[in-house]
Design a protein around this ligand. Structure first.
Ligand code: TRP
Length: 366
């Protein structure tokens, strides 16, 4: 086995160093700029990112990217995408990501992501990609669909199919050791490790496999159709609570949430998806960190109206301040503050990514 702890390379790095330190902790994660983050994105990912800023390890570096290249796997209206990128960055700042502690940038500002993607795609297996579930669910196909099935090739675009290769490149180009993501990203992280194995097998032990950090919070479902995941792109605005919603909007959405006709509280995601989802939301904001089943026990004698009231109050106080900060960041310095944060983040991300690319180009003979 080659040691992955410290790699020595025979070319000079942009910083003038001749060794590439790979022993320190590097956190990387990404979020799509497809709309304002909702409480599911918050509990499943962003809140974990903010917590990781408190890591006492002084050498730990953190990179969080607004992944605009991934967003165009669905075609976008350019002015809207540009606006949403800024809004997503403002939302990350509003939840507590600090540009002094974390590198915040747009994926497309760092061309090394796409360069490494191409290189990885030369050793990535299409068989593996064809078994992955995201392209199927995005096209509304069953998880058992195969590439050979009728009509699939006509609707499946190469960008959606190779989405996981770009995601692997995002992570590997920054030599990330830890990737905090929601539960739905497990398969993508396994694929990233597979990309490391394939590349290192062909060219030597230059890339390092990342660890997945999965948030312990449950998946949050739509308030209107609790069998479906809460989604920023849902056409029904009542289906999700955005982290920038006003107290009045939160109240209206929770009160209108679909439950059932049994007027007591219990946790049973299969039989009572709506009520269980409300308990899941309550658990996000529970200061004692109780899970939904524990909360159901405490609330077993309460009505569904009481439950909705508690969820409303908890979400309002849990999200308090985010909206004001979000509006403040978007308008700060006549809107230029966001662009400045991004430009500075992109500069640091390009520098870090370039260190990996020097090594990768050398190893591949480019
Ligand atoms: N696919 C992720 C999502 O939809 C976003 C993402 C892109 C990402 N690149 C990443 C997450 C790299 C973690 C690491 O949520």
């Amino acid at each position: 086995m080659h040691s992955l702890r410290r790699l020595t390379i025979g070319v000079s790095l942009p910083s003038g160093r001749r060794t590439l330190s790979t022993s320190s902790k590097v956190v990387f994660s990404g979020i799509q700029p497809t709309g304002t983050p909702h409480i599911g994105n918050y509990a499943g990912a962003i809140r974990e990112w903010v917590k990781l800023q408190h890591d006492p390890d002084e050498n730990c570096r953190r990179f969080f990217s607004v992944v605009d290249l991934h967003a165009i796997t669905n075609s976008q209206y350019a002015p809207q995408l540009r606006q949403r990128k800024r809004e997503t960055l403002a939302a990350l700042l509003a939840t507590g990501l600090d540009p002094k502690k974390s590198v915040l940038f747009y994926q497309s500002s760092v061309p090394a992501h796409t360069e490494l993607m191409w290189i990885l795609s030369c050793t990535a297996s299409t068989g593996y990609l064809s078994r992955m579930t995201q392209w199927k669910s995005k096209l509304g196909l069953s998880p058992h669909t195969s590439l050979q099935d009728g009509g699939v090739k006509a609707s499946l675009k190469l960008g959606l199919f190779s989405y996981p290769v770009l995601q692997a490149a995002d992570i590997l180009v920054h030599r990330a050791t830890h990737v905090p993501v929601g539960d739905d990203q497990r398969q993508h992280l396994e694929f990233a490790r597979e990309c490391v194995t394939n590349f290192n097998h062909a060219y030597g032990p230059h890339l390092r496999p990342p660890q997945t950090i999965i948030s312990s919070s449950r998946r949050i479902m739509s308030l209107q159709q609790p069998a479906k995941k809460m989604s920023k792109s849902d056409v029904d605005p009542k289906s999700c609570i955005l982290i920038t919603d006003t107290p009045e909007e939160i109240r209206r959405k929770v009160m209108a949430a679909l439950t059932d006709s049994m007027n007591f509280v219990s946790f049973d995601p299969d039989a009572r998806p709506g009520v269980s989802n409300l308990l899941g939301i309550l658990s996000i904001f529970d200061s004692s960190g109780r899970d939904p089943a524990q909360l159901a026990k405490v609330l077993e004698n309460r009505s569904l109206m009481d439950l909705k009231q508690l969820v409303t109050d908890a979400a309002i106080s849990g999200l308090q301040g985010i909206r004001q900060r979000y509006i403040g960041f978007l308008s700060a310095d006549e809107g230029k503050y966001i662009d400045w944060v991004e430009a500075e983040g992109a500069r640091r991300a390009r520098e870090n990514a370039e260190e990996t690319m020097v090594l990768v180009r050398q190893a591949t003979g480019l």
